[in-house]
Design a protein around this ligand. Structure first.
Ligand SMILES: Nc1ncnc2c1ncn2[C@@H]1O[C@H](COP(=O)(O)OP(=O)(O)OP(=O)(O)O)[C@@H](O)[C@H]1O
Length: 251
């Protein structure tokens, strides 16, 4: 039996009033897969994240998380999602540990179990000795790692990250990208939204989003062929180009 896909979007469309932001978007991320959702500014990445996290709803298309339909069974579906938004949302004036515990409480975890999970998360990040420090004292890379740990505290099976390396230097960007690939290797389904082609690896799954449409979706190495990904991306998303050139569609 094939494994239940971690995340499955089928023909998802969305409009803000008269502006069509997403058009029949279909993306699948299986357990253990790192899927890069690559799109230029305004492609619709944040809108898609808003739909997947229940911020907006649509009647057009379906979103399934670990087999749970988000529209029909939002509690079960959302319980399987961890999310790191583009804008950091840590409380800078709380300690590292307290930030994690606070978020655990939002998921109904408290007492010893919450303490245990926060300690394990910090251990894993190599930040156990910084638990009592204020988040304000951490550098950008450590703050982002903390947000990832926090997003995983309720043990979801799908992790969504919306441009998680914004504002980080090259070394921190690389470290976060490596870290999240490790999480995929452990079995999580990862959807990583970015506009940076150098964050996509040949072993990743790739979906290119432009003007609200998926232009192609499949193994990154296969999609780019002999061409550098940057060239493919610039060619597909060139100004003036219509977003209709789906060669191969979803795979
Ligand atoms: N609240 C809104 N009202 C109207 N149009 C919106 C709204 N939010 C986004 N849009 C439009 O929807 C489209 C998709 O925007 P979205 O923010 O999802 O793209 P994005 O890929 O996340 O871009 P960025 O990388 O710049 O954040 C854009 O054309 C944008 O102008």
């Amino acid at each position: 039996m094939t494994p239940q896909p971690g995340l499955c979007l089928r023909d998802v469309s969305f409009r803000y009033g008269s502006r069509q932001a997403l058009r029949a978007v279909s993306v699948t991320v299986e357990p253990g897969q790192f899927c890069a959702l690559l799109g230029p500014n305004g492609a619709g990445k944040s809108t898609l994240f808003g739909l997947m996290t229940g911020l907006f709803t649509t009647r057009e298309g379906s979103i399934c998380v670990a087999g749970h339909d988000l529209a029909r069974n939002p509690r079960a579906a959302l319980a399987q999602i961890g999310v790191v938004f583009q804008q950091p949302t840590l409380d800078l004036d709380l300690t590292v540990r307290r930030n994690l515990l606070y978020f655990a409480a939002l998921h109904g975890l408290s007492g010893r179990e919450a303490e245990r999970r926060a300690a394990a998360a910090l251990e894993r990040l190599g930040m156990a000795e910084r638990a009592a420090e204020l988040v304000r004292s951490l550098n950008g890379g450590h703050r982002r790692r903390m947000e990832i740990a926090r997003a995983l505290i309720h043990r979801p099976s799908v992790l969504l990250l919306d441009e998680p390396t914004v504002g980080l230097d090259a070394a921190a960007r690389m470290a976060i990208t490596d870290h999240v690939h490790d999480l995929a290797a452990e079995g999580l389904s990862i959807l990583w939204a970015t506009h940076l082609t150098d964050e996509v690896r040949d072993g990743d799954s790739l979906a290119i989003l432009h003007q609200g449409r998926i232009l192609c979706h499949g193994p990154a190495a296969h999609l780019r062929g002999a061409e550098p990904l940057r060239d493919l991306f610039l060619r597909l998303t060139a100004p003036g180009d219509s977003a209709g050139q789906t060669d191969g569609g979803n795979t």
